[in-house]
Design a protein. Structure first.
Length: 283
């Protein structure tokens, strides 16, 4: 267990369900400061579940042993990483399910040498509803791509949709000890804890994107996987909804954080995120 400060919480007295609209990076109203959060050992949690798939289903995240064949993260993703990820989804995370998997060869690279900062604030990427997700697809990829996603989602054979973030370290000599990732178990989040956010400054041309933040609640259960290695792959849900377009929270709010136990000479983190859409089909 680690006690660490997490940034970006809203005050418990922020009106439940009230939408917060702002430019990305704008602090919550009043910029409240909260006590350090207990961040539990996700390795111990996962060890108590039956399998990787069971942990993923129950908590929205799982760590998988995975030695990727990729050595050049700028040029080998399409040829090597995408087939690896498809196999991970079909064989280890969602075995036996009928699926359609939507992948792009573009990764989000963060940290040392990438020019992209760490996401150091509690957030979820796509809101709660199919409309939220469609809005974000449209904002990032254009109206036709957004409409195409919605047509696929609205088919009669579709039971639901999830977006999975595959997160790993890259080009690191040792295990991760600098700016690890904390994940909130969605089972511990009350509906009143959620703050819908509408942000500008992420998508091009000033388009607004839909996300979630959290009101602070010490009953929320936070986890991280200590000392992840380059031969491990973290999968976590960044969005999920049923065919009715909504449902309870099933995805993980998350944030990078400063671990007080990090050695002064710890290797600076470099990581990548691969975000994959999965249509869940009816049997």
């Amino acid at each position: 267990m680690t006690l660490a400060q997490l940034n970006g919480f809203f005050s418990p007295d922020y009106p439940a369900g009230q939408v917060f609209s702002a430019a990305v990076g704008t602090p919550p109203p009043g910029a409240p400061h909260f006590p350090p959060v207990e961040i539990r050992d996700a390795r111990a949690l996962q060890a108590r579940t039956e399998s990787e798939a069971a942990c993923f289903a129950a908590h929205g995240f799982a760590l998988l042993p995975h030695a990727s064949a990729v050595r050049d993260w700028d040029n080998e993703v399409a040829a090597l990483y995408l087939p690896e990820i498809e196999a991970v989804i079909r064989e280890r995370l969602l075995p036996g399910r009928r699926l359609e998997i939507q992948q792009s060869p573009f990764l989000v690279r963060r940290g040392r040498g990438t020019g992209t900062p760490y996401a150091n604030g509690v957030h979820q990427d796509h809101g709660l509803t199919a409309g939220d997700y469609e809005n974000n697809v449209t904002a990032f990829a254009g109206a036709e791509i957004g409409r195409r996603w919605r047509r696929r989602f609205d088919r009669e054979d579709v039971a639901g949709f999830m977006a999975i973030d595959f997160w790993c370290t890259t080009n690191m000599a040792g295990p991760l000890r600098h700016m690890p990732l904390a994940l909130c178990d969605p089972n511990s989040v009350g509906s009143g804890d959620l703050v819908p956010t509408r942000l500008t400054g992420i998508a091009p041309d000033g388009q607004e994107t839909h996300h979630l933040a959290l009101r602070y609640n010490d009953k929320q259960a936070w986890y991280h996987y200590p000392e992840m290695t380059g031969d491990e792959l973290l999968a976590f849900k960044i969005f999920q909804c049923g065919a009715d377009g909504g449902g309870p929270l099933a995805s993980c709010l998350h944030s990078a954080f400063v671990d007080p136990g990090t050695p002064a000479d710890a290797e600076e983190r470099q990581s990548c995120e691969h975000r994959v859409g999965v249509l869940l089909l009816r049997d």
